[in-house]
Write a protein that binds this ligand. Structure first.
Ligand SMILES: Cc1cc2nc3c(=O)[nH]c(=O)nc-3n(C[C@H](O)[C@H](O)[C@H](O)COP(=O)(O)OP(=O)(O)OC[C@H]3O[C@@H](n4cnc5c(N)ncnc54)[C@H](O)[C@@H]3O)c2cc1C
Length: 99
């Protein structure tokens, strides 16, 4: 069951045409997802310094003799009490469940 959280993000400007997001971690990705839902016609660009998206989130599926083992090199739970990233993750989960 998802807990009820306070609204922590400002409402995006509905007239914005081009939006830049710095960082492709879970916060940047969920922000981009949210903005594209709120302002479908805006051009959203994510600027990511590294060669992959996800930031600290990094899952690796390793083949072993009996099948596969999933390694989580970063977070494996959601802690909304530590601020933006956790709340953004829960928002993303919630949004992915709504039509
Ligand atoms: C080992 C480990 C275990 C963890 N376990 C948990 C857990 O179990 N539960 C939990 O809730 N949290 C956990 N955390 C914390 C969680 O990983 C972070 O809170 C969350 O991933 C932060 O997401 P973020 O998108 O805000 O930042 P980040 O994941 O740091 O993403 C920021 C992104 O911005 C990019 N960037 C930085 N500077 C620039 C720049 N100037 N220009 C362009 N791009 C830039 C970076 O390359 C990165 O991709 C853990 C963290 C670690 C390290």
């Amino acid at each position: 069951m998802l807990v009820s959280l306070p609204q922590v993000r400002p409402t995006p400007n509905p007239l914005a045409k081009e939006i830049a997001i710095l960082g492709g971690g879970i916060t940047g990705l969920s922000t981009a997802h949210n903005i594209t839902r709120c302002i479908p016609n805006a051009k959203v660009t994510i600027y990511e310094a590294s060669s992959r998206l996800g930031g600290w989130l990094n899952s690796e599926l390793v083949q072993v003799d009996d099948g596969e083992v999933l390694f989580e090199w970063g977070p494996r739970t959601i802690r909304p009490d530590f601020g933006g990233a956790g709340v953004a993750t829960l928002d993303l989960v919630r949004m992915s469940q709504s039509p």
